[in-house]
Design a protein around this ligand. Structure first.
Ligand code: AVJ
Length: 320
């Protein structure tokens, strides 16, 4: 590692910042260049993502909410009485509230990286559900964590909505499903939202909306690098691109350089050719059976699954 980077890293106290600096420098040094999608979600990025979920083209959130509302009773029936509901990447708890309102849950364990937001959400939830034990864990949900001891004896139900699993490479997705099983233990259940494969004409606009919100969301990653790592990205010199990679069943998001240019950050220089891209996200899509097969290979049995009327999105109930 070059000295200036080492120096910068050693003066930062926050581990997240160090990880961010390291991942950005490593990702931009690769060929093709790439950046991990988990860094989209700073305060501005989280706000833009909230806007994305309300776009007319972005069907996943709306479709999943419809499934959870329409099937709330059936879902509640699969949740053992007095269970602990553990959500991976809880955000604003919008989807969990539907489950909590329908099922007899004793404890809710939202896991989310954004500590301040998480604790504020937890306080509001305690007012709305006074008999519910709310136990937030501020952590990167992809890293293994232990459940609080008082909850270990309760039946466990994992909740992983939003098709966030689609951000993982297939091997990592299997590993993560197995890890969830390890965290939740024997007899656990898992409720998981998975986006379905569909026509490219419907998929691509969901990631390249007419209002340009997804473009701003993608470009915000460069703004964040400028802000937090002292980069000098010219945002107007990159364009947002979304494409469907049919062979790999995934949407890809890229930031494409409009011209030959060199970007400086943390004492390093990164050269771009015209048309060269930074691959910022994969969002894998599944057929119902292909997902169930993958869950099976990670040690989960498929109990039931539901789709919305238009068959755009699916929610699966799995058992360990
Ligand atoms: C939060 C990963 C599920 O892949 O649809 C939305 C992220 N990126 N628009 C998705 C996202 C661009 C989203 N996930």
């Amino acid at each position: 590692m070059d000295l200036q980077i080492a120096d910068r890293l050693s003066t930062q106290h926050d581990h997240h910042d160090q990880d961010f600096a390291r991942d950005v420098v490593q990702g931009l040094a690769r060929q093709p260049k790439r950046l991990p999608p988990k860094y989209f979600y700073d305060a501005r990025g989280s706000d833009l993502f909230e806007q994305i979920t309300k776009l007319p083209e972005y069907y996943p959130t709306r479709s999943e909410l419809a499934i959870l509302r329409d099937r709330a009773c059936e879902i509640a029936a699969l949740i053992p009485h007095g269970a602990a509901l553990v959500e991976f990447g809880a955000g604003a708890f919008t989807k969990a509230r539907i489950v909590l309102g329908a099922a007899n849950v004793a404890a809710y364990v939202p896991v989310d990286i954004s500590a301040e937001f998480l604790n504020a959400q937890a306080r509001t939830l305690r007012c709305d559900f006074p008999r519910l034990e709310v136990h937030p864990i501020a952590a990167d949900f992809t890293a293994p964590f232990a459940l609080p001891p008082p909850l270990r004896t309760l039946p466990k139900v994992g909740f992983f909505p939003g098709s966030t699993l689609g951000n993982f490479e297939p091997d990592d997705a299997v590993r993560f499903l197995r890890q969830i099983r390890g965290i939740l233990g024997e007899d656990a259940r898992l409720l998981i939202g998975i986006d379905l494969e569909k026509d490219e004409q419907l998929l691509v606009p969901a990631y390249d909306d007419a209002a340009g919100v997804t473009a701003r969301f993608n470009l915000n990653l460069l703004a964040r690098i400028n802000r937090e790592l002292g980069g000098d990205f010219d945002l107007s010199a990159f364009t947002h691109r979304a494409l469907y990679n049919e062979a790999r069943h995934r949407i890809e998001m890229h930031l494409v350089s409009r011209k030959p240019q060199t970007v400086r950050l943390l004492g390093q220089r990164f050269a771009f050719r015209t048309g060269e891209s930074i691959h910022t996200e994969n969002s894998y899509k599944f057929g119902l059976e292909r997902f169930q097969e993958m869950a099976r290979s990670a040690g989960w049995r498929s109990q039931t699954c539901w789709t919305d009327a238009a068959r755009l999105f699916s929610v699966h109930a799995l058992a360990a």
